[in-house]
Ligand binder design. Structure first.
Ligand code: ACO
Length: 323
């Protein structure tokens, strides 16, 4: 019997330390005006020394469990999207599992950089739909500040740290009603590998490396592929994009959000934007933005939400969910 994955809880966590554009412009040759005009970013949160990706993930997961009124003992799958794991191995999800006191099922990381949360959601949805797990924590958590070249003004101004999590439960059609994940769509084009990458890793350099990006090329691909993914996710569910209540995009750049909305004729009021306050938190940005929209009362149970992202790989995707 095919089951439907329903979002039962959402939570997020940001490190305490806020780094403003003004402060950044004292460290590198940039300005608040340039960053706001080109990206919409005004500040980002930065993890403290010793504060790890898994620490942020655990905090977000605890809040998601509380919002779902779900005990750790009821979780039997953890899928953590991150490109900034604590260690090369084991998966950071293993540490999250132990810290939460989850004792059942599997916990593993998914690596699709900024698209990671959509990939993790699609992965968990498939496990739940086939009954191979019953309740999953799907988490996006990153400490991108650790990968930044703080001398490269074209990249270091863009990113921040944070985490977001959802509890996803497999329900029968009768239990779920209209709610649940209606469709997912994920894609990778490895030919575009060199547009956005980190120039280190255990196999190639035996070091962690720094983020490198051809920003304007990524920008062009982003608008095109994100729009395509959103339309594909809607088509797979037999939903017209005009029926969507809230768009929860990956928060890379306000200009990408605006470009996609213009291309698809979307009312900007329906687009959840947290980029000004969070910057680009990679895999964490979608669940962080979803949590903000739910907590401030915009997104409510029954609303149709379309999430999307694009990131290194290049990877991209979208997920259509009725809350
Ligand atoms: N402050 C001041 N000047 C800067 C800065 C900065 N922080 N960064 C770059 N510049 C300068 C450049 O040196 C260049 O100067 P020049 O004309 O004298 O050579 C000028 O600004 C224009 O640079 P571009 O790279 O052409 O600027 P662009 O308008 O493309 O904006 C940006 C750059 C913001 C990176 C943009 O390309 C972008 O957002 N791309 C999307 C990439 C992205 O968001 N990636 C995140 C991961 S993937 C994802 O999440 C979708």
């Amino acid at each position: 019997m095919e089951l439907r994955s329903v979002i039962c809880g959402v939570g997020s966590h940001l490190p305490e330390r806020v780094l403003t554009n003004a402060e950044l412009s004292r460290k590198v040759d940039t300005s608040d005006e340039w960053i706001v005009a080109r990206t919409g970013i005004r500040q980002r949160h930065i993890a403290a020394d010793g504060e790890l990706t898994s620490d942020l993930a655990i905090q977000a997961a605890v809040k998601a469990l509380a919002s779902a009124k779900c005990a750790a003992a009821d979780i039997d799958l953890i899928v953590l999207a991150t490109a900034t794991p604590d260690l090369t191995f084991p998966a950071s999800a293993a540490r999250v599992q132990a810290a939460l006191g989850v004792t059942k099922g599997a916990a593993f990381d998914v690596q699709a950089v900024c698209s990671g949360f959509i990939f993790a959601l699609a992965t968990a949805d498939n496990f739940l739909a086939r009954g191979q797990a019953t309740r999953a924590l799907v988490i996006g958590a990153e400490t991108f500040s650790r990968l930044l070249d703080w001398g490269d003004r074209s990249t270091c101004v863009l990113f921040g740290d944070g985490a977001g999590a959802i509890v996803l439960e497999g329900q029968t059609q009768a239990e779920a009603g209209a709610r649940g994940v209606l469709s997912t769509f994920i894609r990778t084009d490895g030919k575009l590998h060199d547009l956005l990458y980190v120039d280190g890793g255990p196999s190639q350099t035996q070091s962690v490396g720094k983020l490198r990006m051809v920003g304007n090329a990524v920008f062009r691909h982003a608008v095109e592929h994100i729009s395509g993914a959103m339309l594909e996710a809607c088509a797979r569910a037999g939903i017209d994009i005009s029926e969507v209540d809230w768009f929860v995009p990956h928060q890379a750049n306000q200009r990408i959000l605006d470009g996609v909305a213009r291309k698809l004729g979307i009312d900007p009021e329906k687009v959840i934007s947290t980029v000004a306050l969070h910057g680009n938190t990679s895999a964490a940005s979608v669940p962080l933005a979803l949590d903000v929209a739910i907590r401030d009362g915009r997104a409510k149970q029954g609303d149709l939400v379309l999430m999307e992202a694009l990131g290194g790989g290049l990877t991209w995707g979208a997920a259509l969910v009725r809350l």
